[in-house]
Design a protein around this ligand. Structure first.
Ligand code: HEC
Ligand code: HEC
Length: 302
């Protein structure tokens, strides 16, 4: 897009320069050929310059210049068109993202938070993180898959209404356009827009509930969030298959190397390579209380 408008800008400038220089050249040429004109007192035997080749060619030249100038103007306008269209598209997109942010603040903040990080922002939020690099993928195919998943999840809900259905088809408040605006806002990762709408309306994420039940809180994170895309736990929503299933983890060595203790478990989650250099699991910079909760939950998986 930027390349496109840059090219159009260059073309416009080139055309304008030609349009300015051309009349100058023509005037110069006319001045140079002015001697062809007849003196007032020239004898009648001399051909009328208007009918003679010289006079005629000057008129033709003038008409041609006017025509060429008109053409150049037209060209300059045309060259600028992609740029105008691009900026109109850009404005339209901004407008849609803004609308999506308003919808999000009204209906989604209570579970997913102002940051979109859901229970990773604060354990009082039950929503899954929707501000993730995976959902902001720029690859066109991934974007398409993400957009479809988000659209359908918002329209129809999921997990027996843990994520409610919002589409008008399901007697919800959101129509096709509103859901698409949400999809755009989420896939573009425009949480800055959400933050500014929330700020202007005085809306905040629900405050963090104290973790009264670390096992339940840990289960939320492990089976519905950060870990579920790679690990499975029998009988829960966690069905990932990238890492080993976590059933029975409390009865074996973590990663085959470290005794199962709360301290080792926290170390593993924060930075697996600190216990097993070169481990293929990424580390998670989670709050201490969340690491405690994860360790407490995994200790129940005997
Ligand atoms: C009542 C709490 C609640 C509200 C309100 C809510 N959600 Fe959710 N949302 C959830 C839960 C819980 C999940 C995880 C569902 C599951 O277990 O698969 C979820 C999942 C999602 C997902 C799927 C994320 C993924 O990567 O799988 C998206 C997208 C989403 N919500 C968007 C929204 C949007 C947009 C709104 C506002 C219109 C919204 N949610 C409102 C609770 C909520
Ligand atoms: C991107 C995928 C991915 C995510 C997300 C992920 N893990 Fe892992 N995990 C792995 C892989 C791969 C291994 C095996 C690594 C190894 O042994 O070096 C692993 C190993 C483990 C192990 C050791 C399992 C065993 O049988 O020894 C535990 C425990 C674990 N992960 C917990 C978690 C927790 C808790 C989270 C969420 C905070 C999480 N993982 C998120 C990929 C992931």
């Amino acid at each position: 897009m930027e390349h496109e408008s840059g090219g159009a800008g260059f073309l416009t400038v080139a055309v304008v320069v030609i349009a300015l220089v051309l009349p100058g050249l023509v005037l110069l040429e006319m001045w140079r050929s002015r001697r062809v004109a007849l003196a007032d007192d020239a004898p009648d035997t001399v051909l009328d310059p208007v009918l003679s080749g010289a006079g005629m060619s000057r008129k033709i030249l003038l008409v041609m210049v006017v025509l060429i100038e008109a053409m150049l103007l037209f060209l300059a306008y045309g060259a600028n068109e992609p740029f105008r269209q691009a900026s109109a598209r850009e404005r339209q997109k901004e407008f849609a993202i803004e609308a999506g942010a308003h919808t999000y603040v009204q209906y989604c903040v209570s579970c997913h938070g102002v940051s979109g990080k859901g229970y990773l922002e604060n354990i009082g939020l039950v929503g899954k993180p929707v501000n993730t690099s995976a959902l902001q993928a720029t690859d066109p195919d991934e974007r398409k898959v993400n957009a479809k998943m988000i659209y359908q999840t918002v329209q129809n809900g999921r997990n027996n209404g843990a994520m409610p259905a919002w589409g008008v088809e399901n007697a919800g408040p959101l129509n096709y356009q509103m859901i698409n605006e949400l999809v755009l806002m989420i896939t573009e990762g425009r949480w800055d827009a959400v933050e500014s709408v929330a700020k202007s309306q005085g809306v905040q994420s629900p405050t963090e509930a104290p973790i009264t039940d670390p096992v339940a809180a840990g289960k939320l994170i492990v089976t519905q969030g950060a870990c579920a895309s790679c690990h499975a736990v029998a009988g829960t929503a966690a069905k990932g298959a990238v890492g080993p299933a976590l059933d029975g983890i409390a009865g074996r060595k973590i990663g085959g190397v470290a005794d199962f203790t709360a301290a080792n478990m926290k170390k593993w989650v924060a930075n697996p390579s600190s216990l097993k250099p070169g481990s293929s699991m990424p580390g998670y910079a989670l709050k201490e209380s969340y690491l405690d909760a994860i360790a407490a939950y995994l200790a129940t998986l005997k």
